[in-house]
Ligand binder design. Structure first.
Ligand code: SF4
Length: 427
């Protein structure tokens, strides 16, 4: 992995969004509210396909190495008198944050939208961000997508299947939201999405498909209908029969909880496996219903991806605001899959300072050693970090160990455990 030869410097934006570097201060990072000086080994070149976000109502915080302390920059250090704002990186998929962007929020600053805000700096003519590549799979890499080809193949399939509501829905996901999974479906390769559920039995604070408070907008609309088993098969069977490293996944960002549609999904899986045993049938879920998971694995489900923000019951409950289930049920679902010798991934929401705290590590160790999931997907928490910490009333007992130390510690303790970002093909 490439790291900078020197310490990247602070970057900030003016009110127009023009980004400038300030060499007098080093770029700093944030770890659950603590401002730290990143090590050079924490930085990688900003990955292709990443975006730079200007953070409204937030002043940049840099690091003054001379005095070995963080320094707030509340006005343009070059003396223009113009207002300035902090800058964060929203990294392209398959990259996991080591530190969040360091800033100080002003009074009445708007809530940040549902993205991840990673620290970024400037060095030797380029942007560097504090992260690591967590999956070598290229399925969502920016250079894998040609928009013209996507438009052509998507329109052709939409014309060919006017009566399949699910294909029509995925057409919108592909052409309007640019959903990488929907794009790969229309390109006939890798992992294809099978959204099924307009409803959910949780009310996650950072839900990307439904934000009832209105204080923050959802990043995509929720599907408004439950596709039939035949519509699901119309997407899944041709894809599983022909696609390279074929996977079809229930449980997408544009829906609620798929386990609430177990009858339909069970019928679909049985029909799919009557037609082909090629490829992987996966379910992304909050894993709230172990009995439903049992029915699905018995009908042919290959893998389950279990989303959790924390392995600590109190933080899981305060984030998921579950309706009639708890982290105990989630763990039972993992047990059901393992008893059936099926594959389980934890879709673990990473927030530097929380994930790598001692108490979180100990709680995660308990789940890993007791229920033995096969893989951890290291997904960045896509949420305003301050809003998240307030919402779960986060109270760390001790300082966090640092994400890179956390990763090597967990790899040493669980050498069998896989690490990645995506659902792997099982068949
Ligand atoms: S489980 Fe998924 S769909 Fe349900 S509230 Fe949480 S993020 Fe939203």
């Amino acid at each position: 992995m490439i790291h900078p030869a020197g310490q990247p410097s602070l970057v900030f934006a003016d009110s127009e969004g023009n980004i400038t570097d300030f060499p007098d201060l080093h770029a700093a990072g944030m770890s659950a509210g603590d401002t730290v000086l990143p090590a050079k080994e924490d930085f990688i070149p900003l990955p292709e396909g990443s975006e730079l976000f200007v953070l409204p109502g937030r002043f940049p915080v840099g690091y003054d190495q001379k005095n070995n302390e963080p320094l707030l920059v509340a006005e343009d250090p070059f003396g223009s008198g113009h207002a300035i704002q902090a800058v964060a990186a929203f990294m392209s998929p398959a990259h996991t944050a080591v530190l969040n962007c360091a800033y100080q929020t002003t009074e009445n600053a708007p809530r940040l939208p549902l993205f991840a805000y990673t620290a970024v700096g400037w060095y030797d003519g380029m942007f560097w961000t504090t992260a690591f590549r967590s999956d070598e799979d290229i399925r969502q890499d920016a250079d894998q997508f040609n928009q013209q080809t996507i438009n052509h193949k998507t329109r052709k399939k939409l014309e060919k299947h006017p009566n399949n509501r699910l294909i029509q829905h995925l057409g919108k996901c592909c052409l309007t939201y640019g959903c990488p999974a929907a794009r790969n479906y229309f390109l006939g390769r890798w992992e294809a999405p099978l959204p099924t559920s307009p409803t959910c039995n949780a009310r996650c604070i950072g839900c990307i498909s439904l934000q009832a408070s209105g204080k923050c907008s959802a990043t995509q609309d929720r599907i408004q209908f439950v596709p039939t088993a035949a519509e699901i098969c119309g997407v899944a069977i041709p894809h599983l029969k022909t696609a390279e490293k074929a996977i079809v996944s229930f449980g997408q960002g544009c829906e609620g909880e798929p386990l609430l549609q177990t009858d339909t999904i069970e019928r679909a899986i049985k029909s799919i496996r009557k037609k082909t045993d090629r490829g992987t049938i996966n379910l992304n879920s909050n894993a709230s219903k172990p009995d439903a998971v049992k029915r699905l694995v018995e009908s042919g489900l290959d893998s389950l991806r279990v989303s959790i923000n924390s392995a600590q019951e109190r933080y899981h409950t305060s984030y998921y605001r579950p309706q009639g289930f708890s982290l105990t049920d989630v763990c039972k679902s993992i047990q059901v899959m393992k008893d059936a010798n099926a594959f389980v991934s934890l879709n673990y929401f990473i927030l530097p300072g929380v994930t790598d705290s001692e108490d979180e590590f100990n709680a995660l160790r308990e789940i890993l050693s007791t229920f033995k999931p096969d893989r951890i997907q290291l997904r960045n928490l896509n949420m305003d970090p301050e809003w998240y910490l307030r919402s779960i009333t986060y109270k760390p007992l001790v300082k966090s160990m640092g994400m890179r130390k956390w990763l090597s510690k967990i790899k040493n303790e669980f050498p069998q455990l896989q690490f990645g970002y995506y659902n792997p093909p099982i068949r």
